[in-house]
Design a protein around this ligand. Sequence first.
Ligand code: NAD
Length: 471
Amino acid sequence: METVLPFFEQVNFNFDKAAKYTNYSPGILNEIKACNSIYHMTFPLKRDDGTIETIHAWRAEHSHHKLPTKGGIRYSTLVNEDEIMALAALMTYKCAIMDVPFGGAKGGIQINIENYSVGELERITRRYTYELVNKNFIGPGIDVPAPDYGTGEREMAWILDTYNAMTPDKLEALACVTGKPVEQGGMSGRKEATGLGVYYGLREACSFEEDMKPLGYSTGLDGKTVVVQGFGNVGYHAAKFLQDGGAIVTGIAEYAGAIYNTRGLDIEKADSYRNKNGSVLNFPGARTMENPSEALEMECDILVPAALENQITSENVHRIKARIIAEAANGPVTPAAHDLLTKKGTLIIPDTYLNAGGVTVSYFEWLNNLSHVRLGRVGKRFQENSRKDFMTAIEKITGKKFPEDEVEQLMHGPEEKALVNSSLEDAMTVAYNEIRETRNRHGKDIDLRTASFIKAIDKIARSYMELGIFP
Ligand code: NAD
């Protein structure tokens, strides 16, 4: 029976495994691994019924090798110091792999959101932000939070408003947090970015015949069956984009149970059903399973854990049937389970890479907020006019007219969302190929997770050297 290591130790275990393939000194490696700052705060919440409760919350800045540090804020009863340090470390490696110029950070509040009113959640979020401002743990050039498990645009708007109220007349204040509503400086496409990144990453991973053949799969996503665990922001969007991309989502596991249909579930309908009924259970046309963990063990080609860490352990790993595991969540597979899976040839696409779509688009949002101009605004009309001139010239030379219904589409200048999505597609594709090439360079010795850590260590060590810290 596996003793599941504390999460931060799991991340460091994966780091150490990869470090053996690099030539950096133990001093440099230890400096990269260390969590630079951690702030544990407690504060009182006056509940709606007048009672007082003590709230525990954390913010960890894992690495200051690039500033600001960046990472989401999680609301969950499982939040603790170890988890937040582990998630902050994963952010450091993720940003390095994606060439996003941030150090890693993470925050968390130890609450179950179901137990609090909206007013109470707002008071908790604002007080948390107040503590971060007071201790210099937030700011456009210091540390920039974003959404994670249990939080979303609403919480980011409260954080921005509190930050603004406490630091008036700051030109760059909008960039103190990302994942904001679009009307408040957010970026079109940020909400779905992590799920869309999961889709782009999986599409790329499935495009190599050399990697699909040993699994007994053909290339492409078309017709591949998928089970998703966690139907939240990441899980829903990943499922939706995978379905749009030709995969068949046969199972969705939620906290309270799972639904399953071998012919496929309609993701948008399942989402509307959940919004109306409060749960996906008993979704018409699907089989309902009361035990959600059984869903992980269902027959499928791709398993997408998109909930929390430690979901696949040595206890259930032998029952996992999927040959591809796509880590949309952070840390869903323990090191022992990872070893057993890779030994039987399962392809694990690691969290350090696969869920990096969120931070990548957060980077665009942060840049946008600092530049005070929306992506695509400058030059849009110029591009449209140039296209029009080009088309007129073609019509003149050929003596033929473009079809009316295509003219507008061909002339259309880039919208923010199209620019964001195409940049994300490019970033996910480039990073996957870098990791895969690193893996292939090391032959059969290493898997994609180790390759992704090698890439991260290399990039971080080099940036320390650029700073002249380690000559
Ligand atoms: P979320 O709160 O929007 O959704 C999580 C969902 O998982 C919820 O619906 C919850 O009920 C469900 N869930 C929890 N435990 C479960 C279980 N045991 N079985 C089945 N379902 C369960 O959170 P999210 O933002 O989608 O984050 C999910 C994961 O993705 C986390 O690991 C997070 O760190 C990671 N992630 C999120 C982002 C982002 O942009 N939000 C970015 C990168 C990584």
